[in-house]
Design a protein around this ligand. Structure first.
Ligand SMILES: [Zn+2]
Length: 409
C-alpha cells in the first residue's frame, strides 16, 4: 500500500537554469542548515571528522554539505550519546548541512557475514560477535538521533555486476517496501529530508519500474543507488540517463558513489545534481593529487625536484602562494612528506576536496551561462592534453547521446 503522499519536506528546491543542449541543471537546494548550490560533490566525513581536516578547514574549502556514516556514528559514540549531545552537528561543531547514509551499504560491504532478509540486514557485531539486525526503522531512528539534514532510506543493495537477476529483482521491490517502512518510522520530516534510493541493477526495465514506485512515494529528494560498483561505464550512463528521464524536474537527484572528475561532468550532463565519493579523500592518503591534467601520484620520484604547486590553476590554501595568503606548497614538498608524515595526506586532502568543489562551481557557472557543452569540450581537451584518441569511449558516447560531440571543437 502506498502511504499518503505529500509528506512534509524540510527543503526547498529552486531550479535556476537548464542547459539548452544537455540535461544539465543548476539549482539551489535550501536545507535546514543553509542553502547549497547544485550541482555538488559532497566529501565523506567518516566518524564525524574528515580524515586530516578540522571542521574549520572543511568549511574553508567552501563545503556546505558533507556526508557522515550512520554505521560508524551508531557504533561510536552510539545513539545514546548522540541523543544526549543533540546530534552530529553539535558533536563535530559543524554548522552547515549533513547527509547521512542508511548504514546498510557499510554493513554489506564491511561485514562479510551480513545477510539480508525481509526484516533487515543481519550481521555480527564487530565488537563482540553478537548477532545484530539493522532494520529500516532502526536506520531511520539512528539518523533521527544524528539530526542530519538529509537522511537516506535503508535499501537492499546488490552489486551491479551480480549475475543473479532474480536476486536483483527481489532487492528492487524490497527497497520499495523498505522505503514505506522508513517513511512510517521517520519522526522528524519537518526538519530532516528523507531521500528514496532507486535500485534495479543495470536492468533498465527494473530501473523504470523502481523510478515509478519511488516517485509515487513523494520523498523530498531522490537518489539513484547501487552504481559505481565496478560496472562498465557505458552501462552506468544508461542507468542514470534512463532514471533522470523519469524523475520530477523539481526535486534534487543524487547519484551515489561518484567522484572521478570525468564521471561527474558526464553525470551532470545526464541530468544529475548531487554526488559523493570517498575516493578523492582516500586517494589523497596515497599521495594522489587530482588536477585538471589528470591524477598525479606525487610519490613518484619525478616530482622530487618539481617545485611547482600541486595544480597551477588551483586556488586552495595548499596551492596558493604565500604572497597570496596560501601555504605555497610544492609537489616536491608533498613528495618528500607523502609517505612518512600525515601532513602530506592532510594537505592533499584539502587540495582534492577544494579541487572537486571548485570544479563543480565552474560546472554550475557554465550551466548558468549556457555554455556547458563548450566547457565539457575544453575540460576533456585539457585533461588529455589535446589527444582525442585518449578520450574514454563511454564518455564520448554518453555525451553524444545528450547532443555534445566531444570530438568536434
Ligand atoms: Zn590546490
Amino acid at each position: 500500500m502506498v502511504p499518503t503522499p505529500k509528506s512534509p519536506s524540510a527543503l526547498k528546491f529552486d531550479l535556476v537554469a537548464r542547459c539548452s543542449v544537455t540535461k544539465a541543471r543548476a539549482s539551489i537546494l535550501r536545507l535546514p542548515h543553509g542553502p547549497v548550490q547544485l550541482p555538488i560533490w559532497m566529501p565523506v566525513a567518516t566518524q564525524a571528522s574528515l580524515k586530516g581536516l578540522t571542521p574549520e578547514q572543511l568549511e574553508q574549502t567552501g563545503c556546505r554539505l558533507c556526508l557522515n556514516n550512520t554505521y560508524h556514528l551508531g557504533l561510536k559514540p552510539g545513539q545514546a550519546v548522540l541523543d544526549a549531545v543533540g546530534g552530529a552537528h553539535k558533536l563535530q561543531s559543524w554548522r552547515h548541512n549533513i547527509l547521512t547514509d542508511s548504514g546498510g551499504f557499510q554493513m554489506v560491504s564491511l561485514l562479510k557475514l551480513a545477510q539480508v532478509t525481509e526484516e533487515g540486514v543481519r550481521f555480527l557485531s564487530p565488537h563482540d560477535g553478537s548477532p545484530m539486525l539493522l532494520t529500516p526503522e532502526h536506520s531511520i531512528s539512528l539518523q533521527n538521533s544524528i539530526g542530519s539534514d538529509i537522511i537516506m532510506q535503508l535499501d537492499d543493495v546488490i552489486a551491479t555486476t551480480s549475475p543473479d537477476l532474480s536476486r536483483i529483482e527481489e532487492a528492487t521491490h524490497r527497497s520499495v517496501r523498505w522505503l514505506d517502512r522508513c517513511i512510517a518510522a521517520h519522526k522528524t520530516p519537518e526538519t530532516q529530508n528523507l531521500f528514496c534510493i532507486i535500485q534495479g541493477g543495470l536492468d533498465l526495465g527494473l530501473r523504470r519500474q523502481c523510478c515509478k514506485a519511488m516517485v509515487e512515494r513523494d520523498t523530498p529528494g531522490i537518489a539513484i543507488g547501487g552504481l559505481s560498483g565496478g560496472e562498465a561505464k557505458d552501462a552506468y550512463c544508461k542507468v542514470v540517463d534512463t532514471c533522470t528521464e523519469l524523475l520530477p524536474e523539481k526535486k534534487p537527484r543524487y547519484v551515489m558513489g561518484v567522484g572521478f572528475p570525468e564521471d561527474l561532468l558526464v553525470s551532470v550532463a545526464l541530468g544529475a545534481d548531487m554526488f559523493d565519493c570517498v575516493w578523492p579523500t582516500r586517494t589523497a592518503r596515497f599521495g594522489n593529487a587530482i588536477t585538471s591534467s589528470g591524477t598525479l601520484n606525487l610519490r613518484h620520484k619525478s616530482y622530487a625536484e618539481d617545485f611547482s604547486p600541486v595544480d597551477l590553476d588551483c586556488n586552495c590554501i595548499c596551492c596558493r602562494s604565500e604572497a597570496d595568503g596560501g601555504l605555497g606548497v610544492s609537489r616536491a614538498y608533498i613528495h618528500h612528506v607523502a609517505a612518512k608524515e600525515t601532513v602530506g595526506a592532510h594537505l592533499l586532502t584539502m587540495h582534492n576536496i577544494h579541487y572537486l568543489l571548485s570544479l563543480m562551481n565552474e560546472v554550475r557557472e557554465a550551466i548558468l551561462e549556457d555554455r556547458y557543452p563548450q566547457f565539457l569540450k575544453d575540460y576533456f581537451r585539457r585533461m588529455h592534453a589535446g589527444n582525442r584518441e585518449k578520450y574514454p569511449v563511454w564518455a564520448v558516447d554518453a555525451l553524444k547521446g545528450v547532443g555534445v560531440n566531444l570530438l568536434e571543437q
